[in-house]
Design a binder for this molecule. Structure first.
Ligand code: ADP
Ligand code: MG
Ligand code: ZN
Length: 559
Protein backbone atom coordinates (compact mmCIF):
# COMPACT_ATOMS: atom_id res chain seq x y z
CA UNK A 1 0.00 0.00 0.00
CA UNK A 2 2.57 2.55 1.11
CA UNK A 3 4.59 1.78 -2.04
CA UNK A 4 1.73 2.90 -4.20
CA UNK A 5 1.51 6.11 -2.21
CA UNK A 6 5.22 6.76 -2.54
CA UNK A 7 4.75 6.42 -6.27
CA UNK A 8 2.08 9.12 -6.16
CA UNK A 9 4.46 11.30 -4.14
CA UNK A 10 7.14 10.88 -6.78
CA UNK A 11 5.13 11.11 -9.96
CA UNK A 12 2.82 13.97 -9.00
CA UNK A 13 4.95 15.98 -6.60
CA UNK A 14 8.49 14.94 -7.50
CA UNK A 15 9.55 14.17 -3.90
CA UNK A 16 11.77 11.22 -3.09
CA UNK A 17 10.41 10.14 0.27
CA UNK A 18 7.93 10.99 2.98
CA UNK A 19 8.76 13.41 5.73
CA UNK A 20 8.27 12.30 9.37
CA UNK A 21 4.63 11.46 10.07
CA UNK A 22 3.42 11.77 6.49
CA UNK A 23 3.53 8.04 5.75
CA UNK A 24 1.63 7.17 8.95
CA UNK A 25 -1.08 9.73 8.29
CA UNK A 26 -1.47 8.83 4.62
CA UNK A 27 -1.69 5.13 5.32
CA UNK A 28 -4.48 5.63 7.85
CA UNK A 29 -6.50 8.01 5.72
CA UNK A 30 -6.21 5.78 2.66
CA UNK A 31 -7.64 2.98 4.83
CA UNK A 32 -10.52 5.34 5.70
CA UNK A 33 -9.43 5.73 9.32
CA UNK A 34 -10.16 9.13 10.85
CA UNK A 35 -6.79 10.75 11.62
CA UNK A 36 -5.37 13.85 13.26
CA UNK A 37 -1.97 15.12 12.07
CA UNK A 38 -0.07 17.51 14.34
CA UNK A 39 3.01 18.68 12.49
CA UNK A 40 5.01 21.88 12.62
CA UNK A 41 4.58 24.66 10.08
CA UNK A 42 6.35 23.61 6.93
CA UNK A 43 6.18 19.98 8.04
CA UNK A 44 4.26 19.06 4.90
CA UNK A 45 0.64 18.73 5.97
CA UNK A 46 -0.84 19.38 2.53
CA UNK A 47 0.74 16.21 1.16
CA UNK A 48 -1.07 14.30 3.93
CA UNK A 49 -4.44 14.90 2.29
CA UNK A 50 -3.26 15.35 -1.28
CA UNK A 51 -1.74 11.88 -1.63
CA UNK A 52 -4.79 9.99 -0.22
CA UNK A 53 -7.04 12.30 -2.24
CA UNK A 54 -5.27 11.05 -5.37
CA UNK A 55 -5.15 7.43 -4.23
CA UNK A 56 -8.88 7.27 -3.43
CA UNK A 57 -11.83 7.60 -5.79
CA UNK A 58 -13.94 10.73 -5.69
CA UNK A 59 -13.55 14.36 -4.65
CA UNK A 60 -11.63 15.50 -1.57
CA UNK A 61 -13.12 18.44 0.35
CA UNK A 62 -10.56 20.61 2.12
CA UNK A 63 -11.98 23.01 4.67
CA UNK A 64 -9.68 25.93 5.33
CA UNK A 65 -10.22 29.22 7.17
CA UNK A 66 -7.61 30.95 5.02
CA UNK A 67 -9.33 32.27 1.94
CA UNK A 68 -6.08 33.88 0.80
CA UNK A 69 -4.37 30.48 0.68
CA UNK A 70 -7.00 28.62 -1.29
CA UNK A 71 -6.11 30.12 -4.64
CA UNK A 72 -2.39 29.41 -4.18
CA UNK A 73 -3.06 25.81 -3.19
CA UNK A 74 -5.40 25.29 -6.11
CA UNK A 75 -2.98 26.93 -8.54
CA UNK A 76 -0.15 24.66 -7.48
CA UNK A 77 -2.34 21.55 -7.87
CA UNK A 78 -3.46 22.73 -11.32
CA UNK A 79 0.18 23.29 -12.25
CA UNK A 80 0.78 19.61 -11.42
CA UNK A 81 -2.10 18.63 -13.69
CA UNK A 82 -4.47 17.78 -10.85
CA UNK A 83 -8.07 19.03 -11.26
CA UNK A 84 -8.82 21.31 -8.30
CA UNK A 85 -10.91 24.36 -7.51
CA UNK A 86 -12.07 26.55 -4.66
CA UNK A 87 -15.29 28.27 -3.79
CA UNK A 88 -15.40 31.29 -1.53
CA UNK A 89 -16.84 34.75 -1.18
CA UNK A 90 -14.09 36.27 -3.33
CA UNK A 91 -15.85 34.86 -6.42
CA UNK A 92 -18.86 36.36 -8.19
CA UNK A 93 -22.19 34.54 -7.78
CA UNK A 94 -22.07 33.37 -11.41
CA UNK A 95 -18.57 32.00 -10.99
CA UNK A 96 -19.63 30.20 -7.81
CA UNK A 97 -22.56 28.62 -9.63
CA UNK A 98 -20.56 27.48 -12.58
CA UNK A 99 -17.99 25.88 -10.27
CA UNK A 100 -20.80 24.20 -8.32
CA UNK A 101 -22.08 22.66 -11.53
CA UNK A 102 -18.62 21.34 -12.34
CA UNK A 103 -18.32 19.89 -8.84
CA UNK A 104 -21.72 18.23 -9.24
CA UNK A 105 -20.35 16.60 -12.40
CA UNK A 106 -17.50 15.13 -10.37
CA UNK A 107 -14.91 17.09 -12.35
CA UNK A 108 -12.55 17.78 -9.45
CA UNK A 109 -10.22 15.71 -7.27
CA UNK A 110 -9.91 18.56 -4.74
CA UNK A 111 -12.19 21.38 -3.69
CA UNK A 112 -11.19 23.99 -1.12
CA UNK A 113 -13.93 25.72 0.84
CA UNK A 114 -14.33 27.93 3.90
CA UNK A 115 -16.48 26.55 6.75
CA UNK A 116 -19.26 29.04 5.99
CA UNK A 117 -19.95 27.15 2.79
CA UNK A 118 -21.71 24.44 4.78
CA UNK A 119 -24.37 26.96 5.76
CA UNK A 120 -25.51 26.96 2.14
CA UNK A 121 -28.22 24.45 1.25
CA UNK A 122 -27.17 24.49 -2.39
CA UNK A 123 -23.69 23.34 -1.49
CA UNK A 124 -24.92 20.60 0.88
CA UNK A 125 -27.24 19.41 -1.85
CA UNK A 126 -24.35 19.01 -4.31
CA UNK A 127 -22.09 17.35 -1.76
CA UNK A 128 -24.71 14.72 -0.97
CA UNK A 129 -24.81 13.67 -4.61
CA UNK A 130 -21.16 13.28 -5.51
CA UNK A 131 -18.60 10.66 -4.53
CA UNK A 132 -16.41 12.02 -1.76
CA UNK A 133 -12.94 10.63 -1.05
CA UNK A 134 -12.25 12.45 2.22
CA UNK A 135 -12.99 15.58 4.21
CA UNK A 136 -9.96 17.39 5.65
CA UNK A 137 -9.98 20.16 8.25
CA UNK A 138 -6.86 22.24 7.65
CA UNK A 139 -5.81 24.52 10.54
CA UNK A 140 -7.98 22.27 12.67
CA UNK A 141 -7.17 24.10 15.94
CA UNK A 142 -9.77 26.67 14.79
CA UNK A 143 -12.41 24.06 15.65
CA UNK A 144 -11.74 24.26 19.37
CA UNK A 145 -12.54 27.09 21.71
CA UNK A 146 -9.31 26.20 23.52
CA UNK A 147 -7.39 27.06 20.36
CA UNK A 148 -5.89 30.53 19.91
CA UNK A 149 -7.87 31.15 16.77
CA UNK A 150 -11.33 29.73 17.45
CA UNK A 151 -13.85 30.02 14.61
CA UNK A 152 -17.39 29.20 15.74
CA UNK A 153 -18.37 28.50 12.12
CA UNK A 154 -15.75 25.76 12.08
CA UNK A 155 -17.25 23.91 15.01
CA UNK A 156 -20.86 24.36 14.00
CA UNK A 157 -20.43 22.48 10.72
CA UNK A 158 -19.61 19.18 12.42
CA UNK A 159 -23.27 18.26 13.13
CA UNK A 160 -24.16 19.23 9.55
CA UNK A 161 -21.41 17.01 8.16
CA UNK A 162 -22.56 14.08 10.27
CA UNK A 163 -25.85 14.14 8.41
CA UNK A 164 -24.05 13.74 5.12
CA UNK A 165 -23.83 9.96 4.84
CA UNK A 166 -21.32 9.66 2.03
CA UNK A 167 -18.20 10.91 3.79
CA UNK A 168 -15.89 7.89 4.20
CA UNK A 169 -13.16 9.52 6.31
CA UNK A 170 -12.32 12.68 8.22
CA UNK A 171 -8.92 14.11 8.84
CA UNK A 172 -7.71 17.10 10.80
CA UNK A 173 -4.40 18.91 10.41
CA UNK A 174 -2.79 21.54 12.60
CA UNK A 175 0.56 22.93 13.70
CA UNK A 176 -0.58 24.40 16.97
CA UNK A 177 -2.55 22.05 19.15
CA UNK A 178 -2.31 21.88 22.91
CA UNK A 179 -3.52 18.78 24.76
CA UNK A 180 -6.97 20.29 25.25
CA UNK A 181 -7.29 21.18 21.60
CA UNK A 182 -6.15 17.72 20.53
CA UNK A 183 -8.70 15.91 22.69
CA UNK A 184 -11.39 18.34 21.60
CA UNK A 185 -10.71 17.58 17.93
CA UNK A 186 -10.57 13.84 18.68
CA UNK A 187 -13.95 13.91 20.33
CA UNK A 188 -15.62 15.97 17.62
CA UNK A 189 -14.32 13.93 14.71
CA UNK A 190 -14.17 10.52 16.43
CA UNK A 191 -10.45 10.02 16.20
CA UNK A 192 -8.85 7.32 18.39
CA UNK A 193 -5.64 7.90 20.30
CA UNK A 194 -3.60 5.62 18.04
CA UNK A 195 -4.69 7.72 15.06
CA UNK A 196 -3.25 10.96 16.37
CA UNK A 197 0.08 11.41 14.60
CA UNK A 198 1.97 14.06 16.50
CA UNK A 199 5.47 14.88 15.28
CA UNK A 200 5.76 17.71 17.79
CA UNK A 201 6.47 21.36 17.17
CA UNK A 202 10.22 21.19 16.91
CA UNK A 203 11.75 22.91 13.89
CA UNK A 204 15.26 21.55 13.85
CA UNK A 205 16.42 23.83 11.06
CA UNK A 206 15.65 27.05 12.95
CA UNK A 207 18.26 28.77 15.11
CA UNK A 208 16.77 31.22 17.60
CA UNK A 209 18.71 34.25 18.76
CA UNK A 210 18.06 37.05 21.19
CA UNK A 211 20.00 40.25 20.68
CA UNK A 212 20.02 42.85 23.44
CA UNK A 213 21.47 46.29 23.84
CA UNK A 214 22.32 46.93 20.18
CA UNK A 215 21.17 49.79 18.00
CA UNK A 216 18.47 47.99 16.04
CA UNK A 217 18.88 49.71 12.70
CA UNK A 218 22.67 49.34 12.63
CA UNK A 219 22.32 45.71 13.65
CA UNK A 220 19.89 45.05 10.80
CA UNK A 221 22.07 46.89 8.27
CA UNK A 222 25.10 44.85 9.25
CA UNK A 223 23.03 41.65 9.14
CA UNK A 224 21.68 42.40 5.67
CA UNK A 225 25.21 43.19 4.53
CA UNK A 226 26.24 39.67 5.52
CA UNK A 227 23.13 38.02 4.08
CA UNK A 228 22.87 39.52 0.63
CA UNK A 229 20.89 37.50 -1.92
CA UNK A 230 18.92 35.84 0.86
CA UNK A 231 15.24 36.32 1.44
CA UNK A 232 13.94 37.38 4.85
CA UNK A 233 11.15 39.05 6.79
CA UNK A 234 11.59 41.84 9.34
CA UNK A 235 8.60 42.17 11.66
CA UNK A 236 7.95 45.42 13.49
CA UNK A 237 5.49 45.97 16.33
CA UNK A 238 3.82 49.03 14.80
CA UNK A 239 3.15 50.54 11.38
CA UNK A 240 5.25 53.51 12.29
CA UNK A 241 8.27 51.32 13.01
CA UNK A 242 7.73 49.60 9.65
CA UNK A 243 7.55 52.94 7.81
CA UNK A 244 10.66 54.29 9.53
CA UNK A 245 12.77 51.20 8.96
CA UNK A 246 11.59 50.96 5.37
CA UNK A 247 12.69 54.57 4.75
CA UNK A 248 16.02 54.05 6.47
CA UNK A 249 16.88 50.94 4.46
CA UNK A 250 15.51 51.95 1.07
CA UNK A 251 17.25 55.32 1.26
CA UNK A 252 20.49 53.31 1.39
CA UNK A 253 19.62 51.51 -1.79
CA UNK A 254 18.58 48.24 -0.14
CA UNK A 255 15.75 46.49 -2.03
CA UNK A 256 12.96 46.12 0.51
CA UNK A 257 9.21 45.66 0.36
CA UNK A 258 6.75 46.91 2.99
CA UNK A 259 3.40 45.56 4.19
CA UNK A 260 1.01 46.79 6.86
CA UNK A 261 -2.69 47.37 7.34
CA UNK A 262 -2.35 51.12 6.79
CA UNK A 263 -1.51 50.60 3.13
CA UNK A 264 -4.03 50.29 0.30
CA UNK A 265 -5.02 46.79 -0.72
CA UNK A 266 -3.40 47.36 -4.08
CA UNK A 267 -0.08 48.40 -2.54
CA UNK A 268 -0.14 45.42 -0.18
CA UNK A 269 -0.81 42.98 -3.00
CA UNK A 270 2.02 44.45 -5.02
CA UNK A 271 4.45 44.28 -2.12
CA UNK A 272 3.47 40.69 -1.40
CA UNK A 273 3.93 39.64 -5.03
CA UNK A 274 7.33 41.37 -5.26
CA UNK A 275 8.42 39.48 -2.16
CA UNK A 276 7.06 36.09 -3.20
CA UNK A 277 8.76 36.35 -6.60
CA UNK A 278 12.05 37.47 -5.04
CA UNK A 279 12.05 40.80 -6.87
CA UNK A 280 12.25 42.37 -3.42
CA UNK A 281 13.61 39.58 -1.25
CA UNK A 282 13.33 41.49 2.05
CA UNK A 283 9.91 42.23 3.56
CA UNK A 284 9.39 44.76 6.33
CA UNK A 285 5.98 44.19 7.85
CA UNK A 286 3.70 44.25 10.84
CA UNK A 287 1.93 41.08 11.94
CA UNK A 288 -0.70 41.86 9.27
CA UNK A 289 1.66 40.09 6.90
CA UNK A 290 2.05 36.36 6.72
CA UNK A 291 -1.27 34.62 7.28
CA UNK A 292 -1.45 32.39 4.27
CA UNK A 293 1.98 33.23 2.89
CA UNK A 294 3.80 30.14 1.77
CA UNK A 295 7.29 31.14 0.65
CA UNK A 296 9.66 28.29 1.17
CA UNK A 297 13.08 29.98 0.90
CA UNK A 298 12.81 32.54 3.70
CA UNK A 299 16.27 32.35 5.33
CA UNK A 300 15.67 34.63 8.31
CA UNK A 301 12.93 36.31 10.30
CA UNK A 302 14.02 39.28 12.37
CA UNK A 303 11.76 40.79 15.01
CA UNK A 304 12.60 44.47 15.24
CA UNK A 305 11.04 44.44 18.69
CA UNK A 306 9.52 41.90 21.03
CA UNK A 307 6.06 40.58 20.00
CA UNK A 308 3.10 40.21 22.36
CA UNK A 309 3.28 36.50 23.07
CA UNK A 310 5.10 33.27 22.30
CA UNK A 311 2.26 32.01 20.09
CA UNK A 312 2.59 34.92 17.66
CA UNK A 313 6.36 34.84 17.92
CA UNK A 314 6.64 31.16 17.00
CA UNK A 315 4.14 31.53 14.20
CA UNK A 316 5.93 34.54 12.70
CA UNK A 317 9.46 33.25 13.26
CA UNK A 318 8.30 29.89 11.86
CA UNK A 319 7.83 31.45 8.44
CA UNK A 320 11.57 31.02 8.06
CA UNK A 321 12.92 27.78 6.62
CA UNK A 322 9.78 26.09 5.38
CA UNK A 323 12.00 24.26 2.88
CA UNK A 324 13.87 22.61 5.76
CA UNK A 325 17.14 24.53 5.19
CA UNK A 326 18.96 26.12 8.13
CA UNK A 327 17.45 29.52 8.93
CA UNK A 328 17.75 32.19 11.61
CA UNK A 329 15.08 33.68 13.88
CA UNK A 330 16.36 36.79 15.58
CA UNK A 331 14.59 38.81 18.24
CA UNK A 332 15.96 42.28 18.98
CA UNK A 333 15.01 43.02 22.56
CA UNK A 334 15.03 46.22 24.51
CA UNK A 335 13.21 46.81 27.85
CA UNK A 336 11.01 49.53 26.27
CA UNK A 337 9.41 46.78 24.18
CA UNK A 338 7.57 45.62 27.29
CA UNK A 339 6.00 49.06 27.78
CA UNK A 340 5.03 49.18 24.11
CA UNK A 341 3.26 45.81 24.28
CA UNK A 342 1.47 46.79 27.50
CA UNK A 343 0.30 49.90 25.78
CA UNK A 344 -1.00 47.87 22.85
CA UNK A 345 -2.88 45.53 25.21
CA UNK A 346 -4.35 48.42 27.23
CA UNK A 347 -5.45 50.19 24.06
CA UNK A 348 -7.18 47.11 22.62
CA UNK A 349 -10.90 46.50 22.91
CA UNK A 350 -10.55 43.36 25.02
CA UNK A 351 -12.45 43.02 28.27
CA UNK A 352 -10.56 42.89 31.55
CA UNK A 353 -10.38 39.12 31.75
CA UNK A 354 -8.99 38.90 28.24
CA UNK A 355 -6.45 41.61 29.00
CA UNK A 356 -5.38 39.73 32.10
CA UNK A 357 -4.80 36.68 29.95
CA UNK A 358 -2.74 38.72 27.51
CA UNK A 359 -0.58 40.03 30.34
CA UNK A 360 0.13 36.48 31.48
CA UNK A 361 1.19 35.55 27.95
CA UNK A 362 3.26 38.72 27.68
CA UNK A 363 5.13 37.71 30.83
CA UNK A 364 6.10 34.38 29.23
CA UNK A 365 7.39 36.34 26.23
CA UNK A 366 9.43 38.62 28.49
CA UNK A 367 10.78 35.55 30.25
CA UNK A 368 11.86 34.14 26.90
CA UNK A 369 13.98 37.25 26.40
CA UNK A 370 15.66 36.71 29.77
CA UNK A 371 15.88 32.98 30.11
CA UNK A 372 19.25 31.29 29.98
CA UNK A 373 17.97 27.88 28.97
CA UNK A 374 18.07 26.73 25.35
CA UNK A 375 15.60 28.95 23.45
CA UNK A 376 14.13 26.09 21.41
CA UNK A 377 13.56 24.07 24.57
CA UNK A 378 11.92 27.07 26.19
CA UNK A 379 9.45 27.40 23.32
CA UNK A 380 8.71 23.68 23.17
CA UNK A 381 8.23 23.68 26.93
CA UNK A 382 5.81 26.58 26.63
CA UNK A 383 3.72 24.56 24.19
CA UNK A 384 4.07 21.49 26.41
CA UNK A 385 5.55 19.63 23.48
CA UNK A 386 5.73 15.92 24.17
CA UNK A 387 8.62 15.01 21.91
CA UNK A 388 11.89 14.69 23.84
CA UNK A 389 13.96 17.83 23.50
CA UNK A 390 17.50 18.53 24.45
CA UNK A 391 19.62 21.63 24.03
CA UNK A 392 19.50 22.59 20.37
CA UNK A 393 23.13 23.67 20.16
CA UNK A 394 22.17 26.41 17.69
CA UNK A 395 20.36 29.12 19.62
CA UNK A 396 22.13 32.12 21.12
CA UNK A 397 21.86 30.67 24.63
CA UNK A 398 23.41 27.38 23.51
CA UNK A 399 26.15 29.00 21.47
CA UNK A 400 27.34 32.14 23.23
CA UNK A 401 29.96 31.48 25.79
CA UNK A 402 29.21 33.94 28.51
CA UNK A 403 30.67 34.16 31.96
CA UNK A 404 28.76 32.36 34.62
CA UNK A 405 28.58 34.46 37.74
CA UNK A 406 27.31 33.55 41.18
CA UNK A 407 24.68 36.19 41.95
CA UNK A 408 23.17 34.52 45.00
CA UNK A 409 23.86 37.46 47.24
CA UNK A 410 22.44 39.99 44.81
CA UNK A 411 19.42 37.71 44.43
CA UNK A 412 18.97 37.67 48.20
CA UNK A 413 19.14 41.46 48.28
CA UNK A 414 16.57 41.73 45.51
CA UNK A 415 14.25 39.26 47.19
CA UNK A 416 14.45 40.90 50.57
CA UNK A 417 13.84 44.25 48.97
CA UNK A 418 10.68 42.87 47.34
CA UNK A 419 9.60 41.63 50.78
CA UNK A 420 10.37 44.96 52.49
CA UNK A 421 8.40 46.77 49.83
CA UNK A 422 5.37 44.72 50.83
CA UNK A 423 5.18 42.82 47.52
CA UNK A 424 3.20 45.74 46.14
CA UNK A 425 5.54 47.06 43.45
CA UNK A 426 6.87 46.12 40.05
CA UNK A 427 10.30 45.66 38.51
CA UNK A 428 11.18 49.28 37.89
CA UNK A 429 10.33 50.59 41.39
CA UNK A 430 12.22 47.72 42.99
CA UNK A 431 15.26 48.43 40.82
CA UNK A 432 15.12 52.11 41.78
CA UNK A 433 15.03 51.30 45.51
CA UNK A 434 17.98 48.92 45.22
CA UNK A 435 19.90 51.45 43.17
CA UNK A 436 19.19 54.16 45.75
CA UNK A 437 17.58 56.41 43.20
CA UNK A 438 16.43 59.93 43.92
CA UNK A 439 13.24 59.46 41.94
CA UNK A 440 10.32 61.45 43.27
CA UNK A 441 8.10 58.36 43.17
CA UNK A 442 10.24 56.75 45.86
CA UNK A 443 9.71 59.73 48.09
CA UNK A 444 5.97 59.66 47.43
CA UNK A 445 5.81 56.09 48.67
CA UNK A 446 8.39 56.71 51.44
CA UNK A 447 10.60 54.01 50.03
CA UNK A 448 13.87 55.79 50.72
CA UNK A 449 13.80 54.86 54.38
CA UNK A 450 13.80 51.12 53.64
CA UNK A 451 16.84 49.20 54.86
CA UNK A 452 17.30 47.82 51.36
CA UNK A 453 17.50 51.29 49.79
CA UNK A 454 20.73 51.58 47.81
CA UNK A 455 21.87 48.03 48.59
CA UNK A 456 22.91 47.47 44.98
CA UNK A 457 24.17 50.97 44.29
CA UNK A 458 27.31 49.50 42.68
CA UNK A 459 25.15 48.40 39.76
CA UNK A 460 23.39 50.47 37.16
CA UNK A 461 19.61 50.49 37.27
CA UNK A 462 19.68 48.58 33.98
CA UNK A 463 21.85 45.83 35.45
CA UNK A 464 19.53 45.51 38.44
CA UNK A 465 16.48 45.37 36.17
CA UNK A 466 18.16 42.66 34.11
CA UNK A 467 18.77 40.61 37.27
CA UNK A 468 15.20 40.97 38.48
CA UNK A 469 13.89 39.83 35.08
CA UNK A 470 16.31 36.94 35.24
CA UNK A 471 14.97 35.86 38.66
CA UNK A 472 11.42 35.97 37.28
CA UNK A 473 12.43 33.99 34.20
CA UNK A 474 14.03 31.38 36.45
CA UNK A 475 10.86 31.30 38.60
CA UNK A 476 12.81 32.36 41.67
CA UNK A 477 10.43 35.30 41.91
CA UNK A 478 6.81 35.53 40.77
CA UNK A 479 4.77 38.29 39.22
CA UNK A 480 1.15 39.03 39.76
CA UNK A 481 -0.10 39.91 36.34
CA UNK A 482 -1.90 43.07 35.43
CA UNK A 483 -1.17 46.38 33.87
CA UNK A 484 1.51 46.93 36.49
CA UNK A 485 2.66 43.44 37.44
CA UNK A 486 3.80 43.35 41.05
CA UNK A 487 6.63 41.17 42.24
CA UNK A 488 5.79 38.42 44.74
CA UNK A 489 7.96 35.97 46.61
CA UNK A 490 7.36 32.27 46.06
CA UNK A 491 8.60 29.04 47.58
CA UNK A 492 11.84 29.18 45.55
CA UNK A 493 12.48 32.75 46.71
CA UNK A 494 12.36 31.50 50.29
CA UNK A 495 14.96 28.84 49.52
CA UNK A 496 17.28 31.47 48.07
CA UNK A 497 16.74 33.77 51.03
CA UNK A 498 17.56 30.96 53.43
CA UNK A 499 20.75 30.21 51.52
CA UNK A 500 19.50 26.76 50.54
CA UNK A 501 19.90 27.50 46.89
CA UNK A 502 22.53 29.32 44.86
CA UNK A 503 21.79 31.46 41.83
CA UNK A 504 24.06 31.60 38.82
CA UNK A 505 23.63 33.87 35.88
CA UNK A 506 25.51 34.20 32.62
CA UNK A 507 26.62 37.75 32.22
CA UNK A 508 28.21 39.36 29.21
CA UNK A 509 31.99 39.24 29.45
CA UNK A 510 33.40 42.41 30.96
CA UNK A 511 34.36 44.66 28.01
CA UNK A 512 38.01 44.50 27.15
CA UNK A 513 39.46 47.96 26.82
CA UNK A 514 43.02 48.19 28.12
CA UNK A 515 41.86 49.81 31.32
CA UNK A 516 38.98 47.38 31.70
CA UNK A 517 41.37 44.48 31.21
CA UNK A 518 43.24 45.72 34.20
CA UNK A 519 40.13 45.89 36.36
CA UNK A 520 39.02 42.55 35.06
CA UNK A 521 42.28 40.92 36.11
CA UNK A 522 41.99 42.53 39.50
CA UNK A 523 38.41 41.36 39.82
CA UNK A 524 39.40 37.80 38.91
CA UNK A 525 42.22 37.94 41.45
CA UNK A 526 39.85 39.06 44.17
CA UNK A 527 37.43 36.32 43.25
CA UNK A 528 40.18 33.74 43.53
CA UNK A 529 41.15 35.14 46.94
CA UNK A 530 37.53 35.03 48.04
CA UNK A 531 37.29 31.40 46.97
CA UNK A 532 40.40 30.54 49.00
CA UNK A 533 39.00 32.24 52.09
CA UNK A 534 35.64 30.61 51.63
CA UNK A 535 37.15 27.15 51.22
CA UNK A 536 39.15 27.63 54.38
CA UNK A 537 36.09 28.66 56.34
CA UNK A 538 34.01 26.03 54.57
CA UNK A 539 31.27 28.48 53.52
CA UNK A 540 29.96 29.48 50.09
CA UNK A 541 31.94 32.43 48.63
CA UNK A 542 29.00 34.80 48.39
CA UNK A 543 28.62 34.76 52.16
CA UNK A 544 31.89 36.70 52.36
CA UNK A 545 31.49 39.30 49.62
CA UNK A 546 29.13 39.73 46.73
CA UNK A 547 30.49 40.09 43.20
CA UNK A 548 29.25 43.66 43.29
CA UNK A 549 31.45 44.36 46.29
CA UNK A 550 34.41 42.72 44.55
CA UNK A 551 33.77 44.77 41.43
CA UNK A 552 33.72 47.90 43.51
CA UNK A 553 36.84 46.89 45.37
CA UNK A 554 38.65 46.14 42.15
CA UNK A 555 38.00 49.71 41.05
CA UNK A 556 39.08 51.42 44.25
CA UNK A 557 41.99 49.21 45.23
CA UNK A 558 45.06 51.38 45.82
CA UNK A 559 47.89 50.58 43.38
P1 ADP B 1 2.45 22.85 6.27
O1 ADP B 1 1.06 22.95 5.71
O2 ADP B 1 2.63 21.68 7.19
O3 ADP B 1 2.92 24.12 6.90
P2 ADP B 1 3.18 22.47 3.53
O4 ADP B 1 2.23 21.38 3.24
O5 ADP B 1 2.83 23.82 3.01
O6 ADP B 1 3.45 22.57 5.08
O7 ADP B 1 4.62 22.01 3.02
C1 ADP B 1 5.76 22.81 3.24
C2 ADP B 1 6.79 22.59 2.14
O8 ADP B 1 7.34 21.27 2.23
C3 ADP B 1 6.19 22.71 0.77
O9 ADP B 1 7.08 23.48 -0.02
C4 ADP B 1 6.08 21.27 0.29
O10 ADP B 1 6.10 21.20 -1.10
C5 ADP B 1 7.30 20.63 0.96
N1 ADP B 1 7.14 19.17 1.18
C6 ADP B 1 6.10 18.53 1.73
N2 ADP B 1 6.30 17.20 1.80
C7 ADP B 1 7.53 16.97 1.28
C8 ADP B 1 8.34 15.78 1.09
N3 ADP B 1 7.92 14.57 1.44
N4 ADP B 1 9.56 15.96 0.54
C9 ADP B 1 10.00 17.19 0.19
N5 ADP B 1 9.30 18.32 0.33
C10 ADP B 1 8.08 18.24 0.89
MG1 MG C 1 -0.62 24.14 5.60
ZN1 ZN D 1 19.50 25.99 22.11
Amino acid sequence: MILEQEKILKTYFGYESFRPGQGEVIERVTNTTNTLAVMPTGGGKSICYQVPGLALDGTAIIISPLISLMKDQVDSLLALGIPATFINSSLSTEEQESRMNEIADGRYKFIYVAPERFESNGFIHVIRRIKISLVAFDEAHCISQWGHDFRPSYRSIVPTLKQIRNIPVYMALTATATEEVISDIQELLHIDNQNVINTGFARDNLAFHIVKGKDRTSYIRAFLEEHQDESGIIYTATRKQADTLYDQLSSRGIEVAKYHAGMSEHARKQAQAAFIHDEKPIMIATNAFGMGIDKSNVRYVIHYSMPMNIESYYQEAGRAGRDGEASDCILLFSPQDIQLQKFLIERSLMDDAAKQNEYTKLQAMVNYCHTQVCLSSYILGYFKDKSPHKNCGRCSNCVEKLEKTDITEEAQMILSCVKRMGERFGVSMTAKVLKGSNDKKLRDFRLQSLSTYGLLSAYTEKEITERIHFLVAEQLLSTEQGKFPTLKLNQHSVEVLKGQRTVEMYTAPIPTGEEDDYYKDLFEELRALRKEMADELNVPPYVLFSDATLKELSRYFPD
